[in-house]
Design a protein around this ligand. Structure first.
Ligand code: B1M
Length: 232
C-alpha cells in the first residue's frame, strides 16, 4: 500500500485538506475531490469558498503546468473531470440562495473551443445570484447563438473563449447582431482567460468579465441599467 492510500481525508485539518485537494485535482482523482468537498461542507465552509479556494485554486496549478509542458491533454482532462465532480455537488447549493429572479442569460463557449469549466462556473454563480441561465454548451456558431436569443429572449448574451484562436469569433457574433439590428436588444458580456477589457471594447461587447464573481456583479449592474432605461 502506498503512502497515498493511507491518507484519511477527514483527519486532515482545513489547510492540509485544501492542499490535498490541489494534489487530488492534479492527479484527476474525482472521488477524492467529491469526498473532500463534502467534508468542507460539513465543516461549515460556504460553497463559494470551496469553489474559489479549493477547486479554482487547484485548477490554477494544473493550468500552469499544462502551459509549461509538465502536464498534457489526457491528464488535464482527468483534472477537469475531477473539478466537475466537485462543481456538481456545489451547483445546487450555490443556486439555493433564494435570490429573486433578476434576469436571464444565454451563455455558451464559442465555435472551435471546447473549454467549458469557466463557463459552467459563471453559469452556476449567475444561477446562485438569481439569474435564469440557458447554457448552450461548447463550440457554438453564430446561428446557434442567434437561435437561442430568439427563442429564449434573455437579457444577456454571455460568450466564453479560452483560446487566442477562438476569441475573435466573439466579434463575428456581435457583428452579426449589429447587421441584423439586434445588438441593442441584448447586454453582451464576454470572458475567458486570454481576453481583457481592451479586447472586450474592441469587439463591441458591453463588458469583459475577469471571473465569475465579476460576471455576476457586471450582469446585475447592466440589467438594472436596462430596466431603468425601459421604465424611464
Ligand atoms: Co486547454 N488551453 N487546450 N484544455 N486549457 C488553455 C486555455 C491554455 C491557456 C493552456 C496553456 O497552454 N497554458 C492553452 C491556450 C493557449 C492560447 O490560446 N494562447 C490551451 C490549449 C493550447 C489547448 C489545446 C489547443 C491543447 C491541444 O490540443 N494541444 C486544446 C484546445 C481544444 C479546443 O478547445 N479546441 C485544449 C484542450 C483542453 C482540455 C480539453 C484538455 C481541457 C478542457 C476541459 C474542459 O473545459 N472541459 C483544457 C484545460 C482544462 C485548460 C486549462 C488548463 C484550464 C482552463 C480552465 O478550466 N480554467 C487552460 C489553462 C489556463 O487557463 N490557465 C487551458 C479554470 C476556469 C475556472 O477558469 O476558464 O479562465 P477560466 O474561467 C474563468 C474566467 O476566465 C471567467 O470566469 C471563469 C471563472 O472565474 N470566464 C468568463 C470564462 N468564461 C467566461 C464567460 C463569461 C464571463 C466570464 O461570460 C459572461
Amino acid at each position: 500500500m502506498s503512502d497515498e492510500d493511507d491518507i484519511i481525508l477527514s483527519e486532515l485539518d482545513d489547510d492540509e485538506l485544501v492542499q490535498q485537494m490541489f494534489d487530488d485535482l492534479y492527479d484527476g482523482l474525482k472521488e477524492e475531490i467529491e469526498e473532500s468537498v463534502h467534508i468542507l461542507l460539513d465543516r461549515g465552509w460556504v460553497p463559494y469558498r470551496i469553489l474559489t479556494e479549493a477547486l479554482v485554486g487547484g485548477m490554477k496549478i494544473v493550468g500552469d503546468d499544462f502551459r509549461d509542458g509538465i502536464l498534457f491533454v489526457p491528464e488535464v482532462l482527468l483534472a477537469a473531470n475531477a473539478m466537475k465532480g466537485g462543481m456538481f455537488i456545489l451547483k445546487p447549493l450555490l443556486a439555493e440562495t433564494g435570490a429573486p429572479r433578476v434576469g436571464k442569460m444565454v451563455i455558451g463557449t464559442v465555435k472551435g473551443d471546447i473549454h467549458d469549466i469557466g463557463k459552467n462556473l459563471v453559469g452556476m454563480m449567475m444561477e446562485g445570484a438569481g439569474f435564469e441561465v440557458v447554457d448552450l454548451g461548447i463550440n457554438n456558431d453564430v446561428d446557434k447563438y442567434l437561435g437561442a436569443l430568439e427563442s429564449e429572449k434573455p437579457d444577456i448574451l454571455g460568450m466564453s473563449a479560452l483560446l487566442t484562436t477562438t476569441m475573435p469569433y466573439m466579434k463575428v457574433v456581435i457583428d452579426t447582431l449589429i447587421e441584423k439590428g439586434m445588438r441593442e436588444d441584448y447586454i453582451v458580456l464576454v470572458g475567458g482567460a486570454p481576453l481583457n477589457e481592451e479586447f472586450g471594447r474592441a469587439i463591441g461587447a458591453d463588458a469583459y468579465c475577469r471571473d465569475a464573481a465579476v460576471a455576476v456583479e457586471t450582469a446585475k449592474t447592466w440589467v438594472a441599467r436596462k430596466h431603468n432605461r425601459m421604465s424611464a
